[in-house]
Design a protein around this ligand. Structure first.
Ligand code: HEC
Ligand code: HEC
Length: 207
């Protein structure tokens, strides 16, 4: 009896400790250096090929940082931009990655500017095959692990679709979601199709 209640008390204490830790404020100052590449308020920096991250869903940021850390992303010889990011994620503990993801999701900046000009009408038709996982307005679908597409830079979407198509992203055997997306990228059979669908996605950038 005595043992049981002690164990119960211990469990309660552990429970409290975990809850208290989760309630800690995000140590945002720890992650200010992310802005050296991703720009002020994480608004993106095209020169460094570091995308806008402001307001991105924490679950996706965490998933991608883990993907870099596990070397699923940012290790292919033709993925030079990914190679800049890979060591940044690899240097962090899982706890720090989770904190960094929360930090990213709380940042705000102006909507991304449009830099790609494709055929929006054709892009809309293509996007019919994408919305199920990425949301009709590009807002994402966490259940299917499809990220938001309406918060980031259009040039970055082009780079990533090209990476999936040429296999420099989504090629690791354990990267289930990356491999899935790589399969869908094959719908886009040329650079025009990529520009068209990305131009349509840009019209959804109304944040
Ligand atoms: C040395 C420059 C640099 C620093 C510092 C840096 N990043 Fe990055 N990051 C990049 C580049 C470049 C990319 C684009 C990689 C690609 O094209 O695959 C990227 C990509 C990402 C992505 C993927 C976004 C997506 O939509 O797929 C996330 C998430 C990210 N960075 C988060 C962070 C966080 C959080 C920090 C700080 C802890 C950070 N980065 C620090 C350069 C940097
Ligand atoms: C079956 C679900 C599914 C469909 C359909 C789908 N995607 Fe994805 N997409 C995903 C998942 C899951 C990821 C994240 C993969 C990873 O971790 O690399 C992703 C990632 C992406 C990314 C990278 C975003 C970033 O910030 O790094 C882009 C761009 C993208 N998809 C565009 C598209 C387009 C355009 C289409 C339609 C031609 C499409 N997707 C169809 C599930 C899907």
């Amino acid at each position: 009896m005595m043992k049981l209640s002690l164990a119960t008390i211990l469990l309660c204490l552990v429970g409290t400790a975990v809850a208290a830790e989760d309630d800690l404020p995000i140590p945002a100052e720890e992650f200010v250096y992310c802005t050296t590449c991703h720009g002020v308020q994480l608004m993106g920096n095209a020169i460094l090929e570091a995308p806008r991250l402001s307001g991105m869903d924490a679950w996706y940021v965490e998933q991608q940082m883990q993907s870099f850390k596990m070397r699923w992303r940012g290790t292919h010889q033709s993925d030079l931009a990914g190679m800049d990011m890979q060591p940044m994620a690899a240097a962090l503990t899982d706890r720090q990655i989770s904190d960094a993801a929360k930090f990213v999701s709380t940042t705000r900046s102006a909507s991304p500017t449009t830099t790609i000009s494709g055929d929006v009408k054709k892009g809309k038709t293509i996007y019919n095959s994408c919305g199920v996982c990425h949301g009709q307005s590009g807002e994402g679908n966490e259940a299917l692990r499809g990220p938001q597409l309406n918060v980031t830079d259009d040039w970055y979407l082009v780079t990533q679709l090209t990476n999936y198509m040429n296999g420099s992203r989504g090629n690791h055997p354990d990267d289930t979601y990356g491999r899935q997306m790589r399969g869908y990228a094959q719908i886009l059979n040329d650079d025009d199709a990529i520009a068209d669908v990305v131009s349509y996605i840009s019209t959804l950038n109304d944040k």
